[in-house]
Design a protein around this ligand. Structure first.
Ligand SMILES: [Zn+2]
Ligand SMILES: [Zn+2]
Length: 253
């Protein structure tokens, strides 16, 4: 299987990552990527991007060096009711939003609590995928999370960085892949690169996809067309969600 898109990458705007978007695009190209999502951390992580960073992402060209740049965010799940660290109003304007837990932001809960928080994040109309959901520090009920992704038309991320920084992720990720195959849920692939050289390096992700016998049609990142299709479908859903919110606010007045 060949992957051509990396939907989880960081720039210096995250505060603890070390490359610019220009460097990221150049190395994406060198490493065989046709697209990347620029998913810097939200304000809950110390030193990370402020809301204004996400509001101004429109200045970034669609293509840099021939590589499609999806303007996105990695937003933190702040509590088990699914509160995020970037407001809906800003998330609604982005192209690819991943939501995740970090233990410096939220203390891990019980399996039940972790699962609820992740499902509530997936329920948010402006979230496209949960990032590194296989992290054993935030153990979840994998079956329930994948079923929720199916219900809301969202993605499950398989994260290459997990195997280095989130030890014990392998079994959980494999289980996520198996459940995704069972319920027909697509996975997206992210390296979680915090420096340009790591973009597009998917050796562990490919190993998991192979071991879990994941069919190519359920892997988003095997073609740019598939990613574009997903993003434009989600764009329509975002628009509908914004209209629904506005109607609700007008009714409340
Ligand atoms: Zn990070
Ligand atoms: Zn990340």
């Amino acid at each position: 299987m060949k992957l051509v898109a990396d939907t989880h990458t960081h720039t210096i705007s995250s505060g603890h990552a070390y490359s610019t978007i220009t460097e990221n695009a150049a190395h994406a190209k060198i490493n065989g990527m046709e697209a990347i999502a620029m998913t810097d951390h939200g304000p809950a992580l110390r030193g990370a991007s402020t809301e204004v960073h996400f509001m101004n992402l429109g200045v970034i060209p669609e293509y840099i060096d021939g590589v499609r740049i999806f303007r996105g965010a990695e937003t933190d799940i702040m509590d088990f009711s699914g509160t995020l660290d970037i407001p809906d109003k800003i998330l609604s304007r982005l192209e690819f939003v991943i939501a995740s837990y970090h233990d410096i932001v939220i203390t891990p809960g019980s399996i039940e609590e972790n699962t609820e928080g992740m499902i509530n994040a997936l329920k948010n109309p402006f979230v496209d995928a949960v990032a590194h959901p296989g992290n054993p520090v935030f153990q979840v009920d994998i079956d329930r999370v994948v079923k929720a992704a199916q219900e809301y038309g969202k993605l499950i991320e398989i994260n290459n960085g997990s195997f280095r920084v989130r030890k014990g992720s392998f079994e959980n990720c494999l289980e996520f892949v198996r459940k995704c195959r069972k319920y027909g849920v697509s996975v997206t692939c992210g390296t979680d690169a915090h420096i340009c050289y790591d973009i597009g390096k998917f050796s562990k992700v490919l190993e998991i996809l192979e071991e879990g016998q994941m069919p190519e049609e359920l892997v988003l990142c095997t073609s740019l067309e598939k990613v574009e299709d997903f993003v434009s479908r989600r764009k329509a859903a975002r628009k509908a969600a914004v209209s629904a919110l506005k109607a609700k606010q007008a009714q409340a007045l």
